[in-house]
Design a protein around this ligand. Structure first.
Ligand SMILES: [Zn+2]
Length: 142
């Protein structure tokens, strides 16, 4: 049985070395969908409570990504320029460009240990940058 939780948050980013407009600072209303599966249901009839996913994943997103900037850690010029205007922990620095693909991978890396104490496996992590544009990360073995 699989369940999916959708969460949304606004954030800014830019893509270093992008050929078009994404090289400039801009933002998105991101939507993420995390799908997990379990082998059996609990006594209530759930794989995992939807609110548990929200509390664990969205809590982290609020602290690190929501109303912040996701930036490539090599983007020092922008980091220096906007750093003073960001709350603690923001901008969020990634080892690579904050594309939808890399954000999906980053979210999987964060969510895996967070959900490890529950009897579920992550099936997929999807990130929508804008309507109709999704990246999906499937863990190895899927
Ligand atoms: Zn963008």
């Amino acid at each position: 049985m699989q369940v999916t939780r959708r969460l949304e948050f606004p954030a800014g980013h830019r893509l270093m070395n992008h050929e078009g407009g994404c090289k400039d600072l801009h933002g998105h209303n991101y939507a993420i969908e995390i799908t997990v599966e379990g082998d059996k249901l609990d006594e209530v009839g759930r794989v995992i409570d939807f609110d548990v996913i929200r509390d664990l994943i969205y809590g982290w997103i609020l602290d690190h990504w929501d109303h912040g900037f996701l930036l490539n850690r090599h983007d020092t010029e922008v980091i220096t320029a906007i750093g003073p205007y960001c709350k603690a922990g923001k901008p969020y620095l990634m080892d690579s460009n904050p594309t939808a693909e890399n954000i999906a991978l980053e979210l999987y890396r964060m969510a895996s240990p967070v959900l490890a104490s529950y009897p579920v496996r992550i099936v997929s992590v999807r990130v929508q940058e804008m309507e109709g544009c999704w990246a999906t990360y499937l863990p190895p073995g899927r």
